[in-house]
Design a protein around this ligand. Structure first.
Ligand code: UDP
Length: 313
């Protein structure tokens, strides 16, 4: 039986990853300090003998006894509002936390997988984004704490691969949505859903012409699992290449909720990327992966989840 450590395992993506690894027959040790994660996301796993939880801040030395086969580093604040409110913690978990998680992988001779991000491309001048694009990041802007921490995380991951021979993987995660997102994490999709369900104004930032490409969580987790068990050590984009404007997303959510909300326009946050779309040729070629949950399907499942959270069912 293989054992996997998932840092940030009680967060949105981390918890879905714990589920998938357990389904794959692994023993899973979830480490989280619950800063932005939530025990509710992993509650259903507590009765499972193959699951354990350690409350710990991974910017400090990580001690886990016994054999470990995989270390997946998913701990980090991850929404623009989170890293505006938690800038130092964001920098620390991306730098010190990645160092500690890599140290654990090296000690245990485990495969290491880093949750990186499309934010390494910043406000991109190349579109769609391919993995060989180096990005356009403002290091001193409000998003710099996340972008630069993840860029550092990629650099130290490659250094551990090259100099210590650790078998490392880097996934660059594009916008993802689904159940267990926090309703108030400030991201467009939960914000629009909660506003639409409550018939409150839906707040589009800027003129809404900026684009994003939204991937349903099960597709993303599948891509990550394939990368984990692959031989690939260079970064791989995982995301859904279907690109839409934020206006379009607001309209779609207003329609599926039958909402009476008005769409209102607010100031665009500093350094908000104007476009974002993954080029997934590498994921297709190397991992034989493509997303297959349609937005219509994914939005419906997510909406049901938020209705339940808001007690509207
Ligand atoms: N956005 C918006 N209204 C909101 C929250 C976000 O219009 O209430 C915009 C945001 O400015 C960005 C896009 O939606 O252009 C996606 O933002 P999100 O916070 O989901 O993540 P990002 O892709 O910027 O990391």
């Amino acid at each position: 039986m293989k054992t996997a450590v998932v840092t940030g395992g009680s967060g949105f993506l981390g918890s879905h990853l714990c589920d998938r690894l357990i389904e794959e027959g692994m023993r899973v040790i979830c480490i989280d300090n619950l800063l932005t994660g939530n025990i509710r996301n992993i509650e259903h796993l507590f009765g499972n003998e193959n699951f354990s939880f350690i409350k710990h801040d991974v910017t400090n030395f990580i001690h886990v006894p016994g054999k470990i086969d995989y270390v997946l580093h998913f701990a980090s604040p991850a929404s623009p509002i989170d890293y505006l409110q938690l800038p130092i913690q964001t920098l620390k978990v991306g730098s010190l936390g990645t160092h500690k998680a890599l140290g654990l992988a090296k000690e245990k001779n485990a495969v290491f997988l880093l949750a990186s991000t499309s934010e390494v491309y910043g406000d991109p001048e190349i579109h769609p984004q391919r993995e060989d694009y180096w990005g356009n990041v403002n290091p001193i802007g409000p998003r710099g704490v996340y972008d630069e921490a993840k860029r550092f995380a990629e650099a130290i991951t490659m250094a551990y691969h090259r100099y210590h021979g650790v078998d490392t993987k880097i996934v660059r995660i594009f916008n993802t949505y689904g159940p267990r997102m926090r309703l108030n994490d400030g991201r467009a999709l939960p914000a629009f859903m909660s506003q639409a369900l409550k018939n409150e104004d839906m707040t589009v930032f800027g003129d809404g012409s900026q684009t994003r490409s939204f991937c349903y969580v099960s597709d993303l987790i599948d891509g990550i699992f394939r990368l984990l068990i692959s031989d690939e050590n260079n970064p791989v984009n995982i995301g859904n290449p279907e690109e839409i404007t934020i206006n379009q997303m607001a309209e779609e959510i207003k329609n599926i909720t039958d909402s009476r909300s008005r769409i209102v326009y607010k100031e665009l946050p500093v350094d908000d990327p104007k476009v974002r779309q993954p080029d997934i040729s590498r994921a297709k070629a190397l991992l034989d992966w493509t997303p297959n949950v349609s937005r219509q399907e994914g939005l419906k499942i997510t909406l049901d989840y938020f209705k339940e959270i808001l007690d509207l069912k």
